[in-house]
Design a protein around this ligand. Structure first.
Ligand code: 0A1
Ligand code: ZN
Length: 877
């Protein structure tokens, strides 16, 4: 452990910056050995600051070497400034001045992938959240917005492409023959949106005509061997640009929009102004190498980064506590876009499943925090599911409360009022409120209160008066640092069904309708519906109208009725899922108690009906047939017995497969169509049902099923079908799984993104010697500890491996802890993310829990990065 431990910073301590930077002029002299960065910052004291005599304190990093600093024309003598750890402090400055700094950095030795670094043969940057300070000394905070001019000097033979934000305004040569390119971005921006790329890159070009008839040049850059895989991203970009005009009235503002793909990247992608940088796994796509899921992910991320141009760049965050201002809103925008491009219900089911599995777990664990955190040690740890996904749910609830039209008016007002500013979540809500005249005072608590509310509903029906009463309570359990909780404003969209499954209109507060939005604002509330002609079955929380845990005692009959008849597609899925959860919960308990597992007939009957109803959307049928995941069942369990969950799932799947084998076989063949691959909703739906049916069918172990799988693997003309066959063989533990894995690697060893999928699947393979297998993968030539995608594939895959990771001797936990210690200093962001599975130790059954805790303690004994330190200490608290 270090002597002085990292300390937290607090939202309540926010102060406006004492200095402003109107203009930023940067010169990069790029070189293999050292890169020289010269900055000229046009600075002045901030008239709004109360600290008029404060010294100038610039942020830097231990990896930045200061060569010289000048104020105006005068180089500062050594006694006029000091470098304290990572800050440059200048005690006295004029009110307005130009500060010149010369610094040296070594991008080739930068393994953290923050600031300027090398990926393959190119230079690239990642500055969000606080990466810019690893390039040069600066006021590296989002409320300091500046107009950037960037000069790049490099050897053109190695770096023919030299890019930065905005427009290219000049090109020339130095006396030594190096090439000089100057970029100017007219829009003031914080340093976290700065970007630079230099390399030998291929480009795909296109043009977009905006709604006001301006031509925008679109350019996607990759290493030359990947340029055949960007067509899909380019089309997705154009769809996004059009959608943002049509849906939000937002037009693109520069004459050029560029995207660059890099192989080494900590996250998915980054919205730098006019120059987005993408993890190649989130940009490149082709039918032969990319699965349906990955196509949709590329489209969603291209859209997400593009939408940030308004929600994030034109209007940005005042401080990092407000991160959800841009992320929650932008996720909501990308989710709506994908829903519009494909299927609304399918998209909602996928997003909600993810939220309920992963965000709910985060919100119930030691890292639980409000969507607008009140404090943090390391901001990189707060790019979380809570800030992103729950943040999006908050925006969605505002949309539900205001309705489409007023929501759009609120968004228009927000962009108009705050264009060019750095603002807060509260400013966003205020714009929504002002444009709609709807009071969101209580609603604002969603931003400051952590934890998932539990909403419990009971009901009663009075035959004689035809009235139906719903009583709802809400409770949010304590989270770290928040012992007592307030009642939130929870919108509950709902309707009533008759026992025959028909819509049952009702009257609530004088409004007669099939559907109502209830406002749960107290800890307990009763709603009375009038004119309800018969005893209803309630369809509650339609479309998942609020991120809560709903508790209502549905009978199996109620669930079957909702599953087959509810008007809301999302709730049809939700009822089916509840039915499966109920079944699995019983099986898990039997497994824990060492009893024989026995499956009830309700779910089997429900699935049979589903498979025999030809009128349903195949995508929805596939979603319903996919049993609740190991991770979701772990979220619901307390304590978690991983092996019992796995056993219950396997048992149920086999029972369903054996009982409904004919239905699965027929469904497989019905949806196995010969078509030219396209990533359209319709084709994706058929493939997903076909492959889901196959995964059941092979559980029967019949020769016909195995032969169908093998044939599909061998003859598939697209990665979705090939990889599905392979995964089914691996997860179904078929005897040919090993051979197929080997042949798959042989075939795809020169396609790194496909190899990453192979690494993840191999690491997740349940087997007796799972740990040794993962260790051999890390020694495999395809593995590279410097590449975050590969680390995520192997260690992420291993985290899902129940027999390997949760091995009773603790070896799986020890192995993961070793990798965290190894990466702690090299790449703190990745190391910190790898800690996530270990943060769940308190919920595990006692023996595993103790083993996991011991590993957290072992990590804590190391000299830790801020990132890892924060997660480990909070987990042990
Ligand atoms: N703003 C990006 C996410 C992002 C955050 C940090 C990064 O580097 C550590 C990179 C990307 C987004 O929301 O897509
Ligand atoms: Zn984002």
């Amino acid at each position: 452990m270090k002597e002085s431990q990292p300390s937290a910073i607090y939202l309540k301590d926010y102060q406006v910056p004492p200095y402003l930077i109107d203009k930023t002029e940067l010169t990069f002299d790029l070189d293999e050995a050292t890169t020289v960065v010269t900055s000229r910052l046009h600075m002045r004291r901030n008239p709004e600051s109360t600290q008029q005599n404060a010294p100038l304190v610039l942020d830097g990093g231990e990896d930045v070497k200061l060569i010289g600093v000048a104020v105006g024309d005068c180089a500062l003598p050594a006694e006029a400034y000091r470098v304290n750890e990572d800050k440059l402090v200048i005690d006295s400055t004029p009110d307005a001045f130009v500060l010149t700094c010369e610094t040296l950095i070594e991008p080739q030795n930068n393994t953290s992938l923050e600031g300027l670094y090398r990926s393959s043969s190119m230079f690239c940057t990642q500055c969000e959240a606080e990466g810019f300070r690893h390039i040069t000394y600066y006021l590296d905070r989002p409320d300091v917005m500046s107009v950037f001019t960037t000069t790049i000097i490099a050897d053109e033979t190695r770096y023919p492409v030299m890019l930065s934000n905005g427009n290219e305004v000049e090109r020339g040569k130095t006396e030594e023959g190096k090439t000089v390119v100057v970029w100017h971005d007219p829009f003031p921006k914080p340093a976290y949106l700065f970007a630079l790329v230099a390399g030998d890159l291929a480009v795909k070009e296109d043009v977009f005509l905006t709604q006001s008839q301006r031509e925008v040049a679109l350019k996607i850059f990759t290493e030359s061997h990947n340029i055949d895989k960007v067509d899909y991203a380019m089309e997705a970009l154009k769809r996004s640009m059009r959608w943002d005009e049509e849906t939000y009235g937002r037009e693109y503002d520069l004459d050029i929009f560029m995207i660059v793909a890099v192989d080494d990247f900590n996250m998915g992608a980054m919205e730098n102004k006019g120059l987005n940088i993408f993890n190649s796994s989130c940009l490149l796509a082709s039918p032969k190498t990319t699965t349906d899921d990955n196509f949709l992910r590329v489209e969603a991320i291209v859209a997400h980064e593009y939408f940030h141009n308004w929600s994030g760049n034109r209007v940005t965050c005042r401080d990092w506590f407000q991160l959800s201002l841009k992320e929650g809103f932008t996720v909501f925008r990308d989710q709506s876009f994908s829903a519009d491009m494909h299927s609304d219900t399918v998209k909602r089911v996928e997003d909600v499943s993810f939220l309920k599995t992963a965000q709910f777990a985060e919100d119930a664990g030691p890292m639980a925090h409000p969507v607008r955190p009140a404090s943090f040690i390391e901001i990189s740890n707060f790019y979380t599911l809570t800030v992103y996904e729950k943040g999006s749910e908050i925006v969605r609830m505002i949309h539900t409360l205001l309705g489409e039209e007023k929501f759009r008016a609120g968004s228009d007002l927000y962009f108009e009022r705050h264009d060019g500013q750095a603002v807060t979540c509260d400013d966003f809500v205020a714009a929504m409120e002002d444009a709609s005249s709807i009071d969101l005072t209580q609603f604002r608590d969603w931003y400051s209160q952590a934890g998932t509310p539990i909403v419990t509903v009971t009901d009663s029906y009075d035959e004689s008066t035809k009235t139906y009463q719903l009583t709802m309570t809400q409770e949010t359990l304590p989270t770290p640092g928040q012992d007592s909780k307030v009642a939130l404003h929870i919108p509950v969209r709902m309707g009533l069904l008759s026992q025959e499954g028909d819509l049952l209109p009702s009257s609530l507060d004088g409004t007669v309708s099939d559907e109502h939005v209830l406002h749960l604002t107290d800890f307990e509330q009763t709603m009375t519906f009038e004119n309800v002609s018969s005893r209803p079955v309630p369809s509650l929380l339609r479309g998942f109208s609020a991120p809560v845990k709903l508790r209502y005692e549905y009978s199996a009959q109620d669930l079957l009725l909702l599953m087959s008849s509810d008007a809301d597609g999302f709730n049809r899925w939700s009822a089916a899922q509840q039915l499966a959860v109920n079944e699995l919960t019983q099986l898990i308990n039997q497994a824990i108690q060492g009893q024989a597992l026995s499956v009830d007939s309700t779910l089997v009957d429900g699935f049979r009906a589903l498979l025999n109803d030809g009128s349903l959307d195949p995508a929805m049928v596939a979603l319903i047939l996919a049993l609740p995941s190991q991770a979701y069942l772990s979220e619901l369990a307390n304590p978690i017995y991983p092996a019992a969950i796995k056993q219950a799932r396997q048992h149920l799947k086999k029972q369903l497969a054996n009982t409904l084998s004919e239905e699965f076989e027929r469904t497989y063949h019905e949806h196995n169509m010969a078509v030219d691959y396209q990533a359209t909703a319709e084709q994706i739906a058929h493939r997903s049902l076909k492959n889901t049916a196959l995964s059941y069918w092979v559980e029967t172990g019949t020769e016909a099923a195995i032969a169908a799988l093998t044939k599909q693997y061998e003859t598939a003309d697209n990665m979705t079908d090939q990889f599905s066959a392979l995964s089914i063989a691996v997860h179904g533990q078929l005897s040919n799984a090993g051979d197929l894995l080997a042949s798959f690697y042989q075939q795809w060893q020169n396609e790194p993104l496909v190899v990453n999928k192979w690494l993840a699947l191999s690491a997740g393979q349940e087997q007796d010697n799972a740990l040794q297998h993962v260790q051999s993968l890390m020694a495999h030539p395809a593995f590279d500890l410097k590449n975050p995608n590969k680390v995520r594939s192997v260690l992420g895959g291993f985290g899902q491996n129940v027999s390997g990771f949760h091995n009773a001797d603790g070896s799986g936990y020890r192995f993961l802890a070793d990798q965290i210690i190894l990466l702690n200093k090299r790449n703190p962001q990745i190391a910190s993310r790898l800690c996530t599975p270990l943060t769940r130790w308190k919920k595990l059954e006692p023996t595993l829990s103790a083993l996991m805790k011991a590993e957290l303690e072992r990590i804590l004994a190391e000299d830790l990065s801020k990132d890892v330190y924060e997660v480990i200490t909070k987990s042990l608290n």
